[in-house]
Design a protein around this ligand. Structure first.
Ligand SMILES: Cc1cc2nc3c(=O)[nH]c(=O)nc-3n(C[C@H](O)[C@H](O)[C@H](O)COP(=O)(O)O)c2cc1C
Length: 181
């Protein structure tokens, strides 16, 4: 583990969505803006990532499981959180207050701890058409969460990775922080 206390700490949360394997793009963009970066993956998200590569890039192991009671906290508190990619599933669970994995536990607490959070959903238009999804976004906005602008892709049409703007997470967070963006 390599804390860099002279830098602000960005916690990236990665869900099990199609573009997750490219999260290195966001890590690079954040590091270029002088963020110290850590990654938490959802349990399903772990399978969408090369955890060795991501761990090497950030200098910290990818986390996914809760620590055991009594174990020290593995990282310092986040100065900001970027949820990218955010899945339909995690957006809805988060908005509903479900905290059944480490990523959701961190997300459910963050707004009330005044930690700025930007979320970049990556999902298809059939998922986005579900009424629960619109309500979830409204609820998260009401909690102060910043939502990315990705327009959902057509189902079964290959996705929209080419127009998924990872840097948007940093752009959304910038006005909320005194840190560089
Ligand atoms: C190959 C594959 C790609 C997927 N891509 C997406 C996606 O882009 N967006 C999404 O919301 N769900 C996607 N899913 C479904 C999620 O993986 C599934 O809902 C999962 O439970 C999400 O878990 P998480 O929210 O805990 O990460 C995909 C599933 C598979 C098998």
């Amino acid at each position: 583990m390599s804390d860099q206390p002279d830098k602000p700490f960005l916690q990236i949360v990665v869900c099990a969505a199609g573009v997750a394997a490219d999260v290195g793009k966001l890590i690079t963009a954040a590091q270029e803006r002088r963020w110290d970066v850590g990654v938490i993956a959802t349990p399903q998200g772990l399978g969408f990532l090369d955890v060795e590569v991501v761990g090497t890039q950030t200098g910290r192991p990818v986390r996914s499981a809760w620590r055991s009671p009594g174990e020290p906290r593995p990282t310092r508190p986040a100065d900001a959180i970027a949820v990218a990619p955010a899945s339909f599933n995690t957006v809805n669970k988060w908005a509903a207050g479900i905290s059944d994995n480490l990523a959701l536990g961190v997300l459910c607490e963050a707004p009330a701890m005044d930690i700025p959070v930007a979320v970049l959903p990556y999902l298809n238009s059939a998922q986005a058409a579900h009424p629960a999804y619109r309500q979830s976004l409204e609820r998260l906005r009401g909690m102060g969460v910043l939502i990315g602008s990705y327009e959902p892709h057509r189902p079964k049409a290959g996705g929209g990775a080419d127009r998924y703007r990872w840097e948007e997470a940093l752009e959304l967070l910038a006005p909320k922080l005194s840190a560089p963006a």
